[in-house]
Design a protein. Structure first.
Length: 625
């Protein structure tokens, strides 16, 4: 590390702390101010903040690895999350959610199922899910940032007591960075999170642009084409992945076979199946939901969600593609040992490239940008998770008469608690990939069925929601345990077969058990109170099977109309997914100098943008709330 690079990183960390602490005074007015910014923050700042929060270093390291190994079609791996749930939120869910005027996703559930015993059961299960998910993501960040910084920085921070290893160097680095981020996040709530995330977003974009310029100066198209094949650049695929590595890189074909994605057609089919239901289910109760609830009104919630898509993908993949090109051109046979072929993972490519092939100055800014990526995502979760502990558990069930200052203090304590638990879980995680798969395919898989039904079926009630969520969480937890201990099961046994099953293929099992719990819990108990359903439908106006509720409302108000925009919304979502995908592949093709595909990608982006202007934006402008 050059002194210049170290000074850039130190300056960034100090600037972030100063900005975060200076705006923290605004968060002392009460819980709404602390967790939602008092609904006073501009939608475009929230959009930048939301995009910055999704630009995490662990995910970036993973995306670098899969783009390097699989080529351009690897952007479809992002459907595991699925990333196009942001499109569904943009098109209609943001408006539905924001109309509720509440503080958390868990509190929102009460507007759907009521505040009776069944409603409270559904309310509690969402709060528990939100806290578990937050702790899981903190563990994910702990694992990722520690590995990353350990390889980049030259100092060994291993802590030992005699022959006893207390902390590895990566764990020490992770603890230091998490402690710094926690300081301003806990003190300033949403105001500090948004202010620092806007700053961090600008740093990440600048780092991506400078790195891309450096790649264009240092590497010509001949060097790139001598390494990557036509198949690497091909966005189309068949049922099975074709081999596209040869010569000294032949071992990467074997790695593709081992990773479990060889049957690419089946993999994409499963991500599409999961993605549709997961996207209609809506955002999980985390920072994305909190950004929607923090907007001034439903119209601005839609604007914010659309802006998040627009600002996130092009700069992120400009950075990722530039790093991958450097890896492709400068990777040597000796470095192959550190890229997944000798007990290590593809996540190591990112720090290796930064260490060996990024010049002084740009390296410091890039490291500051990646630290910003970590800190912004981490702070977003640390702000979102405790809201459920304080507002939905402590305030509602333990102490409902406390002062605003008291609840702010409890919020500080809750924030520290989720950080400590997340870090503790991070000590026992095998890799970023294992946590990624658990969160995306297992934990979120258990969330899908109940949250899909809550929008589309009037008869679905609080007990159905509770048992559907509980069934999904239990199966998700069992899947995680099987994955953690799969090396201990005897070959041929049922447990061995289940532990070897790829996480994405576990989703149908999760979905089925969660659906079963949802239907049994609903049909064996009474429907939700009709007044609750009427109020919910009048306020939110979702489409789906709501005719019995609509007919009751129609008798009271002849002017009320049913939401019949399902097919229009779905068409917009299809166009939106194409729009979003074009923003991912455009910078990849641009950086690898495939200007024909760059032009096609740009044309698709422009055409879909114009279509969405008329089919979505003009409709959103007419919203009056």
């Amino acid at each position: 590390m050059n002194t210049i690079d170290i000074l850039i990183i130190v300056a960034y960390v100090l600037l972030t702390l100063i900005v975060g602490i200076r705006v923290s005074k605004k968060a002392s007015k009460g819980l709404k101010s602390y967790f939602l910014g008092g609904n006073s923050i501009k939608w475009y700042y929230l959009g930048l903040s939301n995009g910055s929060g999704m630009f995490d270093v662990s995910g970036t390291a993973w995306m670098v690895g899969i783009l390097f190994l699989y080529g351009v079609k690897s952007f479809m791996f992002m459907w595991l999350w699925p990333i196009w749930n942001q499109i569904f939120v943009m098109m209609f869910l943001a408006v539905w959610i924001r109309k509720s005027n509440i503080m958390t996703g868990s509190e929102w559930i009460l507007t759907r199922f009521g505040d009776d015993k069944s409603g409270r059961a559904s309310h509690i299960i969402v709060a528990i899910f939100a806290v578990i998910a937050t702790i899981g993501f903190i563990a994910y960040f702990f694992e990722g940032v520690g590995k990353f910084v350990e390889i980049i920085l030259p100092w060994d921070f291993t802590l030992e007591f005699g022959n006893l290893l207390l902390l590895t160097s990566s764990e020490s680095y992770a603890l230091i960075i998490i402690a710094l981020t926690t300081i301003y996040t806990v003190k300033g709530g949403m105001f500090s999170v948004v202010a620092t995330e806007v700053l961090q977003y600008l740093i990440m974009v600048l780092a991506g642009i400078l790195l891309a310029v450096y790649v264009f100066i240092e590497i010509d198209s001949t060097q790139i084409n001598s390494v990557i094949s036509t198949e690497w650049k091909n966005i189309l695929f068949g049922w099975e992945l074709d081999k596209h590595w040869d010569g000294k890189y032949q071992a990467f074909n074997d790695l593709i076979d081992k990773e479990g994605y060889k049957m690419f057609g089946a993999f994409i089919g499963m991500t599409l199946f999961k993605g549709f239901f997961a996207s209609i289910a809506g955002p999980t109760p985390s920072y994305d939901m909190q950004r929607i609830l923090s907007t001034k009104n439903a119209k601005e919630a839609a604007y914010m969600s659309g802006f998040t898509n627009l600002v996130l993908f092009i700069p992120r993949y400009l950075l990722i593609a530039s790093i991958v090109v450097l890896a492709l051109v400068f990777l040597t046979p000796d470095m192959l040992k550190d890229t997944g072929l000798n007990g290590r993972t593809l996540e190591i490519i990112l720090p290796n490239v930064i260490n060996y092939h990024v010049p002084v100055g740009i390296k410091g800014l890039l490291l500051a940008g990646l630290l910003a990526a970590f800190m912004s995502t981490f702070s977003a979760f640390v702000n979102a998770g405790p809201a459920y502990i304080v507002n939905d558990i402590y305030k509602k069930y333990i102490n409902s008469t406390g002062s605003e200052k008291h609840y702010i203090k409890v919020s500080h304590l809750a924030s520290f608690l989720v950080v400590v638990l997340g870090v503790f879980m991070g000590f026992f995680a095998n890799s970023i990939n294992s946590l990624t798969l658990w969160i995306t395919s297992a934990l979120f898989g258990g969330y899908v069925a109940a949250n899909f039904l809550k929008w589309v079926w009037w008869r679905f009630n609080g007990w159905g929601y509770f048992w559907g969520m509980l069934a999904g969480l239990l199966i998700a937890s069992l899947q995680f345990l099987l994955d953690q201990y799969k090396g201990t099961f005897s070959q041929g046994t049922l447990l061995f077969k289940l532990s070897e099953l790829h996480a994405i293929y576990v989703f149908p099992i999760l979905f089925s058990f969660s659906l079963l719990g949802s239907f049994l819990g609903t049909l064996l108990t009474k429907p939700t109170n009709i007044e609750t359903l009427k109020n919910f439908y009048k306020t939110v106006r979702p489409w789906g099977v709501w005719k019995p509720v609509y007919q009751v409302l129609k008798e009271e108000d002849e002017n009320i109309t049913m939401n019949t925009s399902f097919w229009a919304d779905m068409l917009n979502c299809v166009i939106g997914v194409i729009w979003q995908s074009s923003m991912i592949i455009l910078p990849i093709y641009f950086v690898i100098r495939d200007y024909t595909m760059t032009g096609i990608s740009l044309l698709i982006f422009l055409v879909t943008s114009v279509i969405l202007k008329y089919s979505w934006l003009d409709k959103i402008k007419k919203i009056t709330v």
